[in-house]
Design a protein around this ligand. Structure first.
Ligand code: CP3
Length: 331
């Protein structure tokens, strides 16, 4: 058992586990170096390169979790959707009916992900947990309807309010595809999987409850591995988020983590919730912020320390080290 798996099961550990979202990325010189020779897409498709990138932040900082290098759009490419990265995903916007009619996920076309996970699992230290992931149906739908990321996600919000039968069909297509994708990852070596619902927080609570959470629940059901559901900006729906049925819930920095945990219910694990902007300050402020975060969950089992969203590309390395060390040195 690893610290991270013990924490997910609410068992006692010597200290809290720590990892960060986007830990394999552009704030790392060794990542930028590899990326100067290979495109983002090439790096994902080549299991050796993807595994190497996955392990870079483990080697440098000793994180407790190794999240596989890929993108939430990777499995959509294996469903025939053309995606380019610039640096965020760009694609031709699709209608709900087109999304509902996409082919099922071809697992052969994501075999590179299975190979990446197998390589990572073989090379990772025993006490580091291998994390797989997928995008949640609502968040993937947001990209497919709009063709890119955006501020307002009006196509998603309009479709959700409209509630046409094609909406259910599109969500169902995405949840069954991502379920198959995650099940493949668990079989290939992922010890825990995280479902990223990065843009769901833009929706009103009733639509999260009637559309997003049921779709996420269907995606995560019966995976035979612990699961983490992460919907930043969805603090207004923490009280009903448990309907997703995950083993742990990621929270951002907007609500104090102790309050968020009470709203979720204390009988489930929680992940988060330092503001990534704190890592842009200095080691002393970081240490103080970590101390405050740990104080808020003191005496409780089940806290995985993480940022409330991905690490910023301009984050100084010494600040990341200060963050990890502050968690590791605390009891
Ligand atoms: O370390 C890790 O977290 C593992 C790898 C990972 C990436 N993307 C690599 C990546 C993971 C887990 C993701 C998930 C992902 N991708 C999400 C969910 C997490 C979140 O941030 O909410 C989303 C929304 C995407 C879509 C996406 N991919 C965006 C918006 C972007 C642009 C990001 C930016 O900072 O400009 C990408 C590209 C991407 N995915 C990069 C990386 C390292 C940057 C590409 C590059 O190196 O040029």
């Amino acid at each position: 058992m690893t610290r991270l798996l013990d924490t997910l099961a609410l068992r006692a550990t010597d200290r809290r586990p720590v990892w960060v979202m986007r830990q394999a990325g552009r704030y790392l010189p060794e990542y930028r170096d590899l990326r100067s020779r290979h495109t983002f897409q090439e790096s994902i498709l080549d299991p050796k390169i993807a595994a190497e990138i996955t392990l870079q932040p483990i080697d440098r900082f000793g994180f407790d979790g190794a999240i596989m290098f890929a993108d939430i759009m990777t499995p959509l490419q294996a469903m025939g959707v053309d995606v380019v990265f610039d640096p965020g995903p760009k694609l031709r916007p699709m209608s709900l009916a087109e999304i509902a009619d996409l082919p099922d996920l071809d697992l052969d076309r994501v075999d590179h992900v299975a190979q990446t996970l197998a390589l990572v699992r073989k090379d990772v230290p025993d006490d580091v947990t291998v994390i797989g992931f997928a995008g949640a149906p609502t968040t993937l739908l947001a990209y497919l309807l709009e063709g890119s990321g955006s501020k307002e996600y009006l196509p998603l919000r309009t479709a959700m309010h409209d509630g046409a039968p094609e909406l259910d069909a599109a969500l169902e297509k995405l949840s069954s595809a991502m379920h198959a994708y995650l099940a493949m990852q668990v079989g290939a070596g992922a010890q825990v999987v995280q479902l990223f619902d990065s843009w769901a927080g833009i929706l009103p609570r009733h639509l999260l409850e009637t559309r997003s959470f049921p779709a996420a629940n269907a995606t995560l059901a019966e995976l035979h591995a612990p699961t983490i559901y992460f919907a930043p900006g969805a603090g207004h729906a923490l009280g009903s988020m448990r309907s997703v049925g995950a083993s742990a819930y990621g929270v951002d920095w907007r609500i104090p983590i102790d309050e968020a945990w009470v709203k979720l219910g204390m009988d489930v694990a929680i992940q988060g919730g330092l503001d990534p902007a704190i890592l842009l300050t200095d080691p002393d402020r970081i240490q103080a912020a970590v101390a405050q975060l740990l104080q808020q969950t003191a005496g409780q089992r089940g806290h995985i320390v993480n940022l409330g969203h991905g690490i910023d590309r301009h984050t100084p390395l010494e600040n990341v080290a200060a963050f990890v060390d502050a968690v590791k040195e605390a009891r």
